[in-house]
Design a protein. Structure first.
Lengths: 349, 244
């Protein structure tokens, strides 16, 4: 889903969490001219890194530039402990405190010239992009396996047959379109603020997406599938809703991407643009989720399939949790955040 | 029977110490005491009912019928405990409590009540007995903890009896579900087949088999969690020489 699209940082390509450090040129510039070295001495920092749990001294770095970033310190730490690449390092001021950001600068932190940091291993990490591509390719392929009725799913006499209901073909197109759109957005639209996530997430996420895709696809493409009660009328309305929300969702993703031009780190409130599909920003903080819900409601109506309704419901619950969190952080960060907005459903939720 | 370790009685809840979150207020405490006393009494009624029925009949068989109603009532009543966690007056995880309570309710209603033929099985007595003894100890444990006068015996019992009762209960449960399988398959109980306008199907028989399989990963985890809790709660008092 699109929690990260809202973060829309992505200044550097942090696909593996390895921040591209730029210390050397800065070093050369910020230091005084060599001739005046003795007059304006640079105070180097010393950095010691302790294990947050055992308090063992893991690493000692001397002669660290005061304007070094946490990201650079992580790279240095990685050199002495090659198994802990920067993406899996959590560096904090307090063993139980929050992680420091890669962009934080050493001298701006509340530390003395000998800084003590605590390290926690975040575990094996995997990049967001990898997770997204994997979790979205699954449903695309799996649904098609059911659509083409490959053997061992349905009774053998139905192998490689096609459904006689045209809504089943339409549903396949919509479902496939949806996941192709997601894959393309992952590759070309989204800007991820965090490079990585814990490795175990890929198993959890894939189980969710792939499992539900198989469950839905089984019934929609079943030889005994029953088309919607209200026939063509119902399917037409459903398709309109689905397409409208797909365009809407895409518009929001583009709007969020454009919020932050590449390279900058400013966080801005998203506002409606010339695109009418973004006018929903007037009422909602996370309209990408609103549109996503709408798409799946459309798909549920189109297929009249209870498992699809379940999938929509579970997705809605998860997106509401994310939307509320995002809404809360917007409110915390911006004094002038528009009061009319709700997290995900206008005026309701 | 000294009220030793009264200070740790809250921590011995087995979960997050009540001290870390705001504990229940006076009203909530009073309510919880009443709740736990009522539940203790209820399960005692079931225990007594079992003993009396056994003495009257002279055999272990078919005792379920004599305690069917109080069992359903008090086991279903435990659903309130999920609410207690959700509202925050009990410092346990809603998900964990929900899972535990719903699995009991499932066995009571969706298996034993629904499949009449298994009600005369001995496996039912096995898990009902395990549940009864466990719950009497558990609810009195909570009652005394809330009143800050926890007798060591109750604490010891809570963290020791499970060693036998838990496997006993699980065995009874699994055997009962297994006994229900043929009847469920034959009658298609709670099952939905295609075609239908919701394009949905559900096979209760397969579902029960999956439930049985789920015991394999779940039971050891819960069992060893209790064993670890036991070491933590009883270890420092019982055996000073014991080193982790």
């Amino acid at each position: 889903m699109d929690a990260l699209a809202l973060e829309a940082t992505g200044n550097k390509r942090v696909a593996n969490g390895a921040v591209v450090p730029a210390p050397l040129p800065v070093q050369a510039q910020s230091k005084r001219k060599p001739a005046k070295k003795t007059k304006k001495a640079v105070v180097f920092f010393e950095v010691e890194i302790l294990d947050a749990k055992t308090k063992d001294k893991l690493c000692f770095l001397d002669k660290v530039e005061p304007n070094a970033t946490i990201g650079e310190i992580k790279s240095m730490f990685h050199k002495s402990h090659p198994q802990w690449y920067p993406a899996r390092q959590s560096i904090r001021l307090d063993p139980k405190g929050k992680s420091l950001k890669d962009e934080d600068v050493l001298q701006h932190l509340p530390v003395g010239t000998t800084a003590t940091f605590y390290f926690r291993d975040l575990g094996a990490q995997i990049s967001w992009v990898t997770v997204f591509l994997t979790e979205y390719t699954g449903p695309l392929v799996i649904y098609l396996l059911f659509y083409f009725r490959v053997p061992f799913i349905y009774p053998p006499k139905y192998d490689f047959t096609t459904s006689k209901h045209w809504v089943v073909h339409l549903a396949c197109m919509c479902h496939s379109f949806h996941y192709v759109k997601r894959l393309l957005e992952t590759l070309f639209v989204h800007r991820f603020s965090h490079g990585t996530m814990p490795l175990r997430n890929i198993f959890k996420n894939c189980t969710y997406y792939w499992g539900f895709a198989a469950w839905m696809a089984y019934y929609i493409n079943h030889p005994l599938y029953t088309p919607p009660i209200y026939g063509e009328q119902q399917i037409r309305i459903a398709l309109i809703i689905f397409l409208f929300c797909q365009i809407g969702n895409f518009s929001i993703h583009i709007a969020l991407r454009n919020l932050r031009p590449p390279g900058s780190k400013t966080r801005k409130i998203p506002y409606p643009t010339k695109n009418p599909f973004t006018w929903i920003f007037l009422l909602v903080s996370c309209p990408n989720y609103t549109y996503e819900l709408g798409s799946w409601l459309g798909f549920t109506l189109m297929t009249q399939c209870l498992p699809v309704a379940f999938f929509t419901l579970v997705g809605f619950i998860q997106m509401t949790v994310w939307a509320k969190g995002k809404h809360r952080s917007y409110l915390k960060e911006f004094r002038d955040y528009p009061p009319l907005r709700s997290p995900i459903l206008p005026f309701i939720l | 029977m000294s009220a030793a370790a009264s200070g740790t009685s809250k921590a011995a809840h087995g979960d997050v110490a009540a001290k870390r979150k705001k504990g229940p207020g006076a009203l909530a405490t009073a309510y919880l005491v009443i709740y736990n006393v009522v539940m203790t009494a209820g399960w005692l009624v079931i225990a007594v009912g079992l003993v009396r029925a056994y003495l009257a009949r002279g055999s272990y068989h078919g005792l379920y019928y004599s305690i069917e109603k109080p069992l359903k009532f008090f086991q279903t009543g435990a659903v309130l405990e999920i609410l207690h966690c959700a509202v925050g007056i009990v410092p346990s995880s809603v998900v964990l409590t929900g899972f535990q309570v719903m699995s009991r309710v499932f066995l009571t209603w969706a298996v034993t009540h629904s499949v009449r033929e298994v009600q005369s099985e001995d496996s039912v007595l096995l898990f009902v007995t395990a549940w009864t003894v466990t719950e009497i100890i558990r609810y009195s444990f909570y009652t005394f903890s809330l009143l800050n006068h926890l007798p060591y015996l109750i604490k010891w019992a809570r963290y020791t009896f499970f060693i036998v009762l838990y496997p006993m209960g699980v065995t009874g449960e699994l055997l009962t579900i297994y006994a229900a399988l043929p009847y469920v398959q034959k009658t298609g109980l709670y099952s939905v087949t295609l075609p239908n306008k919701y394009n949905f199907s559900f096979d209760y028989y397969t579902f029960l088999i999956l439930i049985m399989i789920s015991y394999i990963p779940l039971f050891p985890q819960l069992y060893f969690h209790m064993i670890r809790q036991r070491k933590k709660v009883l270890g420092h008092i019982e055996d000073y020489g014991k080193v982790e």
